[in-house]
Structures are given as C-alpha cells and as structure tokens.
Design a protein around this ligand. Structure first.
Ligand code: ADP
Ligand code: ASP
Ligand code: MG
Length: 456
C-alpha cells in the first residue's frame, strides 16, 4: 500500500483532477490510498466567508458561498460519468445547504469560535474528497470514499487539533487495508473529529499530516506528497528563482526545514513517518516524471555543507530589557509564563545580561503580552522580520560554516542568531526586506557546485 496526498493546487480544477486520476491509475498495482486537500484556495475562501458572516456582512458572505458552489459544480461536472451526475448534484447540494445554514447561524451569533472555524473550514476537504472519488470512476478507477472524521480522532484544540494516536491508528488499520484491497480509498486531509464526534482540523496545511498518519496507521510502504513544485528545493522557489531540487534528505533535516517555514511539508508530517520508517516522497503533480525528493532515515553522504534554506516571513521580534539583573532567579520564567498564557509560541531566543530578544510568528495577542510585560521590563517590538534557517547534516562536522554564512551576508543587518539546539541548523533573523537578497547570497556561497548524488 502507498498513500498519495494531493494538495490544493493539484486538485484546483477539472484539468488538475484529471491529471491526478492519470497519476493514480498508473500506480494502481501499489494499492494507493488517496488523501486530498480542498480544491485550490477553498479553505481561504471559507475562512473569509466565516469572517464576513460574523462582521454583519451576511449577504456578501452568502454571495460568496454561491460563488464557491458554482466553482465546485463547474469543475466537478465534466469529471463525472453521466450515470453519476445526480449523485454529484446531491453531494454538492447537501453540502452547500448545510454551509448556508452555518453561515446564517454565524451571522446571527456574530462570533467566530475556534469550533465554528473548524466547522466551516472542513467543507473544502469534505467536498473535494467526494468529487475526486466520483471523478475516479470515469477513469475506470474503482473508488471508495471514507469520511476522515470517522478515522482521524483528535483532541478538542479546535483549529490546531492533535490526533489521539492510539484511537486513530486503531481505526485506520481496522478500516483501510480491507477497503484498499480492491478499491482506491479517497479521503479528505486536514479534517478529523473529537471523540464525541465534533469536527476538528489539524491546522493550516494539515493534509500532509493526515497523509503521514494514514501511512503510519496502515504501515504503508511509501507516503507520497504530490504538490506544485519538483520536490524539496534548496529554498522556496517563490523567493529565489535559482533553487535546485534536493534528491534525497533525511527525516531530521526535513523536519527542521518544515519547522522553519518550508511550506512544502507541514511540520508534523515527518514524525509519524519517521517512527514507522516509511519513506516520504515529494512529487510534482504537473510533472510526474520528475523523481522528486525522497525523505528517508539515513543521510546520503553529501559534499555540500548545506542541503536547503528555510525561511519564515512576517516574524515579530520582541526585545525585553530590564535594568534589574535579567538573569535574576525567576525573571525568564516570568516572561515565558506570559507568552504561554496567551498560547503564543516563541521560536527563537537570545539573551544578554539585561535583555532578552525573542521571535513570535503569531502576534494576535502581542498587545496584551506587552501590557503584562511593561510593569517589570521595557519592551520594543520590530515587525516584518524574517527567520532564515540553513539546514544540513554536515553542519555538525564542518567547522567555519557560520563564518561563511555571515561573510556571504555582508551588508545585511542580522538581528539575532541561533545555533546549537539541533546541530543540524543555523538560524538567524533579518529584516523581511533583506530576505530575498540574503537567500540569493547564500545560494552563491553554498550552491554553486552541487554534489550530483544529492542535488539535481
Ligand atoms: P500544497 O497545496 O500541495 O500542499 P503548498 O503550497 O502547501 O502546496 O506547498 C508547496 C509550496 O511550498 C511551493 O509552491 C513553494 O512555494 C513552497 N515552498 C517553501 N519552501 C520550499 C522548499 N524548500 N522547497 C519547495 N517548495 C517550497
Ligand atoms: N486545505 C487546508 C489548508 O488550506 C489543508 C491543506 O491544504 O493541507 O490549509
Ligand atoms: Mg501544503
């Protein structure tokens, strides 16, 4: 068995879903289980609709629901056999009737809770998985749709739910191998349900995580992540056009990249695969002939020190200083306790005698956090910063890498530096506007000659 996950762009239109069908059909002998994201930008649109509904823009929200319905009907109709058209119409009507009721309810309540955010954002994957399952029949692929909410059991941390692994793996292994014997199972990524059956989601980009859970749950031989780029590249190609494909990378390296912003993989994806030692392969659904990137347990020896550069934009740096001794007992605890109470993760930290600088990704509660810090410390905030993280297993064995990195970045103001925590990465903070230049300089320093065993 293999798991094949297709992201939003890979199922964004009728033409894209046709490509998916051809890719799956060519791999039927490997008994695929297919996990799909919402079509195109549907999740963003659903969240925007929820926001409009609660801000008193009920009619605009309903008009956008109607547009989304049209979009799904238009793209799905040509994909489905004439004998399946009425089933398709029923599926779409039923989902959009519920969605309209939900939006009307939200407009009355005027409040978007995490639970209702999950309710509304789940419709993308609920629809796309039904549509893809029906579309497969037209291509002679016998398919079976499974509602992921019956298999992925999570806690109740809506919008960021964590799977309850024991229950999830028991259900996946009880249901899927049997069904996958003679059918291609199609299920939605991203969504799950709490033990009492309330819809939850695994966080944005979470379909990759669903694929990894499914792979681990059924002991798949491989987990394939089909997306819109040729694999894991030496950086986000949207940031720097000269990025190269990394042919193979270790679980540990991929986990660091995902954690520091390489959106091509959701950060939670690697762990379930690593625990079961299942290779994860990242592939391009527009260019299925490209071999992609294999993520495996062992690192392949590589002449280049660095494998890839991850970046996180829109980072906020918080500088906290105190004239009293910062290192006095309990001071850092007091600071972190405040971030913790506002459920705001801290990514990077640097300390001196009188100050501590830290970075946060989610600045939703920054005003309250600053308010609580001010009675005992001075607080400065710098918005629009970026974390750059160079990753490679060789970093631990190669002296002088930091010198090369910062020499390459001559002229760029580096605000914070962190190395040592994992030994596989060196990360630092620059102004968001310096990011493209910094990434280009790092490529000139580290990726001019490439080890052909690892890079394309
Ligand atoms: P999907 O919808 O298939 O899940 P995503 O948009 O979540 O796709 O992830 C793919 C995107 O990740 C690419 O289009 C690319 O812009 C971005 N990306 C960021 N870092 C990297 C990287 N190191 N290698 C490849 N892609 C990356
Ligand atoms: N559709 C969800 C999102 O846009 C999950 C995913 O695509 O992985 O975040
Ligand atoms: Mg994604």
């Amino acid at each position: 068995m293999i798991v094949m996950k297709f992201g939003g762009t890979s199922v964004e239109s009728a033409a894209a879903i046709e490509r998916v069908a051809a890719i799956v059909q060519a791999r039927l002998d490997r008994r695929p289980i297919v996990v799909v994201s919402a079509m195109g930008r549907t999740t963003d649109k659903l969240l925007a609709i929820g926001g409009e509904a609660v801000r008193g823009r009920r009619n605009q929200a309903l008009a956008r629901v109607a547009e989304l319905r049209e979009f799904h009907l238009r793209e799905a109709r040509p994909l489905v056999l004439p004998s399946d058209q009425s089933e398709l119409d029923c599926v779409i009507e039923e989902h959009f009737r519920e969605l309209v009721e939900l939006v009307q309810g939200l407009a009355v309540l005027g409040e978007l809770t995490p639970r209702s955010i999950d309710a509304i954002s789940s419709y993308g994957e609920r629809l796309s998985s039904r549509i893809v399952a029906l579309a497969f029949r037209q291509y002679g692929i016998e398919s079976a749709h499974v509602d992921s909410r019956c298999l992925i059991v999570t806690d109740r941390r809506h919008t960021q739910a964590a799977p309850l692994l024991f229950q999830t793996y028991s259900r996946l292994s009880a249901v899927l191998p049997e069904l996958a014997r003679d059918k291609v199972v199609v299920m939605g990524g991203f969504i799950g349900a709490s033990e009492d059956g309330v819809t939850t989601t695994l966080g944005r980009g979470g379909s990759d995580f669903t694929a990894a859970l499914v792979g681990a749950g059924v002991d798949a031989e491989e987990i394939q992540i089909w997306t819109d780029v040729d694999g894991v590249l030496t950086c986000d190609p949207a940031l720097f056009a000269g990025a190269h494909r990394v042919k193979t990378i270790s679980f540990a390296e991929a986990a660091e990249l995902a954690c520091f912003g390489a959106k091509v993989l959701h950060p939670a994806t690697v762990l379930p695969a690593m625990e079961k030692n299942i290779p994860v392969v990242v592939l391009n659904s527009r260019r299925p002939e490209v071999p992609g990137t294999r993520i495996v347990s062992q690192t392949v020896p590589c002449a280049n020190v660095i494998k890839s550069v991850a970046c996180k934009r829109n980072i906020t740096v918080v500088n906290i200083h105190s004239t009293r001794m910062l290192m006095a007992h309990g001071f850092l605890h007091r600071i972190f306790e405040i971030f913790d109470r506002y459920e705001t993760p801290v990514d990077m930290v640097a300390t001196s005698e009188v100050s501590v600088s830290l970075t946060i990704d989610n600045a939703n509660h920054l005003a309250e956090i600053c308010e609580e810090l001010r009675p005992f410390a001075g607080v400065g905030v710098e918005n629009d910063q970026a974390i750059v993280c160079v990753v490679g297993d060789n970093l631990r064995f190669t002296p002088g890498v930091a010198a090369r990195v910062f020499t390459a970045l001559r002229g760029v103001n580096v605000l914070m530096i962190s190395q040592g925590a994992s030994l596989l990465n060196l990360s630092f903070v620059v102004a968001g506007s310096d990011l493209p230049g910094a990434v280009a300089s790092l490529h000139r320093e580290f990726f001019v000659t490439l080890d052909s065993a690892v890079f394309d």
